[in-house]
Design a protein around this ligand. Structure first.
Ligand SMILES: Cc1cc2nc3c(=O)[nH]c(=O)nc-3n(C[C@H](O)[C@H](O)[C@H](O)COP(=O)(O)O)c2cc1C
Length: 222
């Protein structure tokens, strides 16, 4: 595969990396091309309409086709759409106000995102005790489910972003979603159509893979 057009970027902390040229992002011409160029959407770029039922089925098939040691199925999915999403946004607003008395309802609350995004999938990691399979591995499987949701949604031309924030750790929000202390929220995946008025996607700095990778050698292997 040939090199992609890219710009070298040095982060504020002096880390070397690069950004791909905007025109090559989310290239769906082949699976390798897509995986090299995939990019999540910014929240402002996610608009109406949401996935239809056929698209949602594709997304959920991908969500449940993930590596899962011991076939434990350590994930559950809660879909918020239509009126349910608006009702959730109202409860989120009330909870934010309770936690932040006297403060403006600003973007930290994420309330507006639930109003603007047509479909949100809460991904729940439900690790159970097992003699061989640590909770850590079960949480990783939930992370893989999140990633597959973002990947499939983007691959079929939708705009998606994986988010967390205060609401992913708040006991009252967990209760509203019908979860308990055995559950962890791996995140909320916001999915919609790319807003035609939003600026085209731009890359974010990526590390060169060689800077984060080494080939292991035995200590006595010269
Ligand atoms: C577990 C997890 C939680 C995240 N939570 C947030 C968040 O709350 N807000 C945010 O702006 N980005 C959050 N991000 C990052 C976004 O998903 C971001 O769009 C993503 O890192 C962009 O990378 P990509 O273009 O390679 O998909 C989170 C990422 C992960 C893995």
């Amino acid at each position: 595969m040939k090199d992609l057009p890219r710009k070298e970027i040095i982060s504020k902390r002096g880390r070397k990396g690069f950004e791909l040229a905007p025109e090559v992002l989310n290239d769906t011409s082949s699976i390798p091309a897509f995986l090299r160029t995939r990019r999540s959407a910014e929240p402002a770029a996610i608009g109406m309409p949401g996935p239809d039922d056929a698209q949602l089925a594709l997304i959920m098939e991908a969500a449940t086709r993930v590596p899962d040691h011991g076939k434990m199925e350590p994930w559950r999915f809660i879909i918020l759409r239509g009126g349910a999403r608006l009702n959730f946004a109202a409860l989120l607003k009330a909870r934010w106000r309770q936690l932040n008395p006297g403060q403006e309802l600003d973007k930290r609350s994420q309330h507006d995102l639930f109003l603007r995004t047509p479909l949100i999938i809460a991904v729940v990691s439900r690790a159970r005790p097992h003699v061989k399979i640590p909770a850590w591995e079960q949480h990783l499987s939930a992370g893989a489910a999140c990633m597959n949701i973002v990947t499939m949604a983007t691959a079929i031309g939708l705009a998606a972003q994986w988010r967390s924030g205060w609401l992913a750790e708040d006991a009252r929000i967990m209760e509203i979603l019908g979860l308990d202390e055995a559950d962890t929220l791996a995140g909320f995946i916001f999915i919609g159509s790319r807003n035609p008025d939003a600026p085209p996607p731009e890359d974010r700095r990526r590390p060169y893979w060689r800077d984060v990778t080494r080939f292991w050698k035995a200590p006595d292997d010269a």
